[in-house]
Design a protein around this ligand. Structure first.
Ligand code: PMP
Length: 403
C-alpha cells in the first residue's frame, strides 16, 4: 500500500505541546526533527553492539564496523557517489568544508583566487579566508541580486584564469534560493578550477547526484536530513582525495608509524583520524533508509505547495515584507515586519507554539548586501502540513497586534 503523506507521526517530538499550544515546527533549516527509526537505530547500537570499529577480533567490533561501513555505503548511494571510499565522515558540513580547505591550502599561493558568493553561510566563507591568510591567495565574492539570486554576470566576470577553486552553496539557508550549481560547476571546470558545493540545505529537498554534477567536493550534515547531530559527510573526487595530505593525525588514519615517519591509510580512513562518531554514522544510515522509504516526490511537491501558500498569505498581511524572491526556492520563507525587531517577533510566535528562527542566519555578508540586520525565517520540511501554514499565518497576524 502506498505510504501516506501524513508522516508527522513518525517524529515523536512533533507531538509535544509548547507553551500550552500544539507545536508548529518551522525551523528545519536549523535542524530537522528525528524519526523514531533513527532514534531506535542509535539506541540499538548502544544496547546491543557498542564497540570500537576496525582492528578488533571480536563479534561486537565486527558488527559495529559492518554497521558503520554499511552507513557509509548508504550515504554514498544517496548522493550518487560511485564509491563508498569517496565519503569521509565528518562532524558536519562545517568540518567537511574546513577539511577540504585545510588539505588544499598547500596548493594555493599569491595570485590564486577562491571564488565564493555573498550568499554563503559563514561555514563556506571563513574556512576560505583562513586558506587565503595562510597561502596568500585572494578571496573573491560574487554579488547577489536584490531578489536573492547569484548575479551570474558577476560570477562569470569574476571566474577567470586565476580562479583555483569555486565554493558555492546549493541552497541558501537564509532565503531558500536554489542555485544553478550544475552550470556554475561546468563553468568552473572549463576554467580548470576545483569546485566545492555546500549541500547542507539541499540534500533533504533536491536529488543530488555528485557524479552528474561533476563537482570535486560536496559537503552536508546528517542533522538537516532527519539524522543525528555531530555527523556529516564530505564527498570528494577519489583521485583528488588520494593526492591530498591528511587532515588530522592520529589513530586509524595511518598505515605504518615509526618515530621518524608515517605512511597513511587508504581512503577514506586517511581523513578520519581517531574513533569516529559510530552511533552518529549508524543514525545517519538509518535516516537515509527512512528517506528511501518515503514517497519523496509527492512529499516534496506538497512541501513546495506549502511554501508557496505561506508566501502567498504572508504577502497579504499588512506590515509583513518578504525578503528575497528567488525564481527557484526550496523550504525557506524569510520575511521582516515593519513595526518591530525580528527577535521580539520570534518570541511572540514561540508563545503560540510556532518555532521559527530570527537573526542573520550565519549569513552576515548576505544581510549586509540586502541592507537588513536579519530576517524571520520559517523553514519547512517533509513533515509539515497545511495546518502549520494556517498556524503560521494566524500567528503572524496575532503577533503583529502586539508590536
Ligand atoms: N551551510 C549551510 C548552507 C547551512 O545552512 C549550515 C547550517 N546552518 C551549514 C553550512 C553548517 O552546517 P553544520 O552546522 O551542520 O556544520
Amino acid at each position: 500500500m502506498a505510504r501516506s503523506l501524513d508522516i508527522g507521526g513518525d517524529f515523536p517530538l512533533l507531538a509535544r505541546r509548547i507553551n500550552g499550544q500544539p507545536l508548529t515546527y518551522l525551523d528545519s533549516a536549523a535542524t530537522t526533527q528525528k524519526p523514531q527509526a533513527v532514534i531506535d537505530a542509535i539506541r540499538d547500537y548502544y544496547e546491543r553492539y557498542n564497540a570500537n570499529v576496525h582492528r578488533a577480533a571480536h563479534v561486537l567490533a565486527d558488527e559495529a564496523t559492518a554497521a558503520l561501513e554499511d552507513a557509509r555505503a548508504k550515504v554514498a548511494a544517496l548522493i550518487g557517489a560511485g564509491e563508498a571510499r569517496q565519503i569521509i565522515f565528518t562532524r558536519g558540513t562545517t568540518e567537511g568544508i574546513n577539511l577540504a580547505a585545510a588539505c588544499l591550502t598547500d596548493r594555493f599561493g599569491p595570485g590564486d583566487e577562491v571564488l565564493i558568493t555573498e550568499m554563503e553561510h559563514h561555514s563556506n566563507i571563513v574556512p576560505w579566508q583562513l586558506l587565503c591568510q595562510r597561502s596568500g591567495a585572494a578571496l573573491m565574492a560574487c554579488r547577489v541580486t536584490p531578489t536573492g539570486e547569484i548575479d551570474l554576470e558577476d560570477f562569470h566576470a569574476k571566474l577567470g584564469r586565476h580562479t583555483k577553486l569555486v565554493a558555492v552553496g546549493h541552497v541558501s539557508n537564509a532565503l531558500g534560493t536554489l542555485n544553478p550549481v550544475a552550470d556554475l560547476i561546468d563553468a568552473a571546470n572549463r576554467q580548470g578550477a576545483l569546485t566545492l558545493i555546500d549541500g547542507a540545505q539541499a540534500v533533504q529537498h533536491v536529488d543530488v547526484d555528485v557524479a552528474r554534477l561533476g563537482c570535486d567536493f560536496y559537503a552536508f550534515s546528517a542533522h538537516k536530513l532527519f539524522g543525528p547531530t555531530g555527523i556529516g559527510a564530505l564527498y570528494g573526487r577519489a583521485d583528488l582525495l588520494e593526492s591530498l595530505p591528511p587532515y588530522q593525525g592520529g589513530g586509524e588514519m595511518i598505515e605504518h608509524v615509526s618515530i621518524e615517519r608515517t605512511t597513511y591509510n587508504k581512503l577514506p580512513y586517511k581523513f578520519e583520524a581517531g574513533t569516529p562518531n559510530i552511533a552518529g554514522a549508524i543514525g545517519f544510515g538509518a535516516a537515509v533508509d527512512y528517506l528511501g522509504g518515503l514517497p519523496r516526490e509527492a512529499l516534496r511537491d506538497r512541501e513546495a505547495a506549502l511554501v508557496s501558500e505561506a508566501i502567498r498569505h504572508l504577502k497579504q498581511v499588512p506590515g509583513v515584507r518578504m525578503v528575497g524572491e528567488p525564481s527557484e526556492r526550496v523550504s525557506v520563507v524569510s520575511f521582516l515586519i515593519d513595526t518591530g525587531h525580528p527577535h521580539d517577533f520570534g518570541t511572540l510566535l514561540d508563545q503560540q507554539g510556532i518555532a521559527v528562527r530570527t537573526g542573520h542566519h550565519c549569513a552576515m555578508p548576505l544581510m549586509e548586501r540586502l541592507g537588513i540586520p536579519g530576517t524571520i525565517r520559517a523553514s519547512f520540511a517533509l513533515y509539515n502540513s497545511a495546518t502549520d501554514v494556517e498556524r503560521l499565518v494566524a500567528g503572524v497576524e496575532k503577533a503583529l497586534e502586539f508590536l
